[in-house]
Design a protein around this ligand. Structure first.
Ligand SMILES: Nc1nc(=O)c2c([nH]1)NC[C@@H]1CN(c3ccc(C(=O)N[C@@H](CCC(=O)O)C(=O)O)cc3)C=[N+]21
Length: 294
């Protein structure tokens, strides 16, 4: 048996086509949609990601504002840039590319962002809203990678209600928030969160209906670890000999029913969901403008 492919690249292209329409509609109504990025330092991987986000914006008609700062930027200088984007009316949403240099406190920067412009969904206010809201529709930005995982499964017709999902990895961008999203009432999955302190990972892996591998350890998930017919999302990104390498051994495709490739799976979906967050923020602004003018 060979698993079917959760094609993130193709799905992201479909989503981008839909977003293009929504951006055009906003434009007709006189609203511009703009994404800002702040990059600190010279890391080639981070530069490549940021460059990709600007290309994505150009494709869907979103304006983009790029702020690149030197590695030795102080925390106060970065805060000043954050405040500028908070005030800039052409910037509908923005991200501060992570990780930041060690001399800058990431939490201080994230907390200084306007939560309404937080395109990554990582501001503590927005993470808190995700914790607090179980039933009601979410009206605040959600973290892009968890959203990308959910959207990738939904658009392949995969139902998550009642399924046992094992998340491997407890990072703030995916591991911790994805469980909050999957246990919302409208999705109704059951979630286990495993991490480096977990003592029975083999047992948990063997039982899982869905595995979300987000540990950032190359090929830690092996075919013998996985239940026959499991659905496997490969989220981890490492570089081995310069090549993008996921957390999932490609041989897992012989055992799983569905698998997301890496590259070509969750990565492109993360980028599409960033655009989605910016467009949703612009749509909320447009709706609020109508309310206040009435
Ligand atoms: N504030 C912030 N927001 C982020 O969303 C954020 C971040 N910081 N820091 C770094 C991580 C990583 N990340 C990826 C996005 C897209 C791909 C992606 O599209 N990858 C392609 C190509 C991979 C390649 O060839 O290098 C793929 O999977 O097919 C991967 C990784 C976003 N991140």
């Amino acid at each position: 048996m060979s698993a079917r492919i959760l094609d993130g690249k193709a799905t992201a292209a479909t989503i981008k086509a839909e977003l293009t329409q929504r951006v055009a509609k906003l434009k007709e109504q006189g609203h511009t949609t703009g994404l800002g990025t702040i990059l600190v330092g010279e890391d080639p991987g981070s530069k490549w990601y940021v460059g990709g986000k600007h290309k994505d914006c150009a494709q869907v008609g979103i304006e983009s504002i790029r702020v690149d700062l030197p590695e030795d930027t102080t925390q106060d200088e970065l805060l000043a840039q954050v405040r500028q984007l908070n005030e800039n009316p052409d910037c509908t949403g923005y991200i501060v590319q992570l990780p930041l240099p060690k001399h800058i406190d990431q939490d201080v920067i994230l907390e200084a962002m306007d939560p309404a412009k937080d395109a990554d969904g990582l501001h503590p206010m927005n993470l808190g809203r995700l914790v607090a809201n179980v039933n009601r529709p979410m009206t605040s930005p959600l973290p892009c990678t968890p959203l990308g995982c959910v959207e990738l499964l939904e658009r392949h017709g995969i139902e998550l209600a009642g399924k046992h999902v094992l998340v491997v990895g407890r990072g703030v961008t995916i591991g911790r928030p994805v469980g909050l999203l999957l246990t919302r009432r409208e999705i109704n999955a059951t979630v286990t969160l495993a991490h480096t302190g977990t003592t029975n990972l083999p047992e948990l892996l063997a039982r899982a209906d869905v595995i979300i591998a987000a540990a950032g350890v190359p090929h830690i998930i092996k075919p013998q670890d996985v239940k026959a017919g499991a659905i496997v999302l490969d989220v981890g990104v490492s570089r081995v000999d310069g090549k993008v390498t996921g957390d999932v051994d490609p041989a897992v495709a012989e055992v799983a029913s569905w698998i997301s490739p890496n590259p070509g799976g969750v990565g492109p979906m993360t980028r599409a969901m960033l655009l989605n967050n910016v467009v949703e923020a612009a749509e909320r602004n447009a709706a609020n403008a109508v309310k206040t003018s009435n």
